[in-house]
Design a protein around this ligand. Structure first.
Ligand SMILES: [Zn+2]
Length: 392
């Protein structure tokens, strides 16, 4: 009897390969492509989406997830506030603007949703250890959820990751390796260490499908909370797990008759590292950025594994992609803190900077209702340094 939740198997997005059994992380054994997971949803779970109230946690949608809340490694992630910001809506030039405040998650980031589900999957197997490389936030989050699941975690962070992320990774008891340089350096070190060390299951973005699958719950929450589905959802994009999760969640809703039309999805990246925007504006496939450089370390992902999937989602939802400079991003972080009280990290404020650009060119119309994903909190030092640097 299959006891791996309701998982029925895996298939490769790139070739026809299918896999069975319990798998937490890894790429397609035939072609190295990204694996997707198939599972049986419980259709009674759809009622929780139409209940018209904010759930307490994302596990309110257990019927639509591969594992039950009973099995969950959870600290109450999801069920985050959807906050109206009318002053910003006016200044940006849209009818209504709401921020999904993912900074309210247990470790202050949207990635908690993914690590909760991925750690739940790991805890269902005989795996005793997990590992990943991350720009920062996912390292801390993985350390926290591994502690909760009583699994050993090994985390690789680049030296430029914020001090607090590194410190909390240690505090939660994970083995932390700080690698000189940027994210690809940390990823390479993990890859080479995997040959000699017992690093267990991979929990990297798209290396485990459960991280992006968990982000479907953002789509479910939006439908449950809003009178009408937004016209556009603007998402800061680094690895792509949030946008891909949102997209697949919206498709699930549409396939089950709960959504007539997909909202347009927009990806926003910092100008200094915008491989998905470059591909959207030019030739696919996405090419790695050779010299990434942005203050938004969380979005400094020069070779996103989910790049092609993000581009497919933008296409299918009639959305788009836009890049914004660091100064504009930091200014939005300051503006929202001063006008609405919300504390968005620079990577989260990137969505607002992108929205302002999209609204100014008319790509997002003035009558639109827009949601932006405030992907996390933090970065006070960066915001304050911008405050001191900019003209008064
Ligand atoms: Zn394949």
């Amino acid at each position: 009897m299959n006891t791996f939740g309701t998982v029925t198997g895996f298939h490769c997005r790139n070739c026809e390969a299918t896999l069975e059994g319990e798998q937490v992380g890894g790429y397609c054994p035939s072609c190295g492509g990204v694996l997707t997971v198939n599972w049986d949803i419980d259709e009674t779970g759809l009622a929780s989406v139409t209940a018209s109230r904010t759930p307490q946690t994302m596990w309110a949608y257990e019927g639509l997830l591969p594992f039950s809340s009973e099995a969950a490694v959870t600290m109450g992630e999801g069920g985050t506030p959807l906050v109206k910001v009318p002053k910003l809506a006016d200044s940006v030039g849209v009818s209504q603007l709401l921020v999904k405040d993912e900074g309210q998650n247990p470790t202050g980031t949207v990635v908690d949703r993914g690590l909760s589900l991925a750690m739940t999957a790991a805890a269902q197997t005989d795996v005793r250890a997990v590992s990943l490389a991350a720009p920062g936030a996912a390292g801390q989050s993985a350390a926290a959820y591994a502690a909760r699941a009583d699994l050993d975690a090994t985390v690789y962070l680049p030296s430029r990751a914020p001090f607090e992320r590194k410190a909390m990774t240690n505090v939660h008891g994970a083995e932390l390796t700080v690698v000189q340089g940027r994210l690809p350096d940390a990823e390479n070190r993990l890859r080479s260490d995997r040959d000699t060390l017992e690093l267990g299951a991979s929990l990297g973005p798209f290396e485990t499908p459960f991280r992006h699958v968990a982000h479907q719950t953002i789509a479910f929450e939006l439908l449950a909370e809003m009178d009408r589905v937004p016209d556009a959802i603007v998402v800061p994009v680094g690895t792509g797990t949030v946008l891909v999760g949102l997209y697949t969640g919206l498709v699930t809703l549409r396939e089950n008759g709960l959504l007539a039309e997909l909202p347009s999805l927009y990806a926003v990246q910092p100008t200094g590292c915008a491989p998905i925007v470059d591909a959207w504006e030019g030739e696919r496939p996405t090419e790695p950025v050779t010299v990434p450089d942005t203050v938004c370390g969380e979005l400094e992902v020069p070779e996103p594994a989910g790049g092609e999937w993000v581009l497919d989602a933008l296409d299918a939802s009639d959305g788009g992609a836009v890049a914004v400079p660091d100064e504009a991003i930091l200014d939005e972080g300051l503006t929202i803190a001063r006008e609405s009280g919300l504390e968005l990290a620079p990577e989260a404020a990137t969505g607002l900077a992108g929205l302002r650009k999209l609204a100014s060119t008319g790509e997002i119309g003035s009558e639109s209702t827009v949601v932006t994903v405030g992907s996390g909190t933090g970065g006070a030092d960066l915001l304050r340094s911008r405050l001191e640097a900019r003209p008064r």
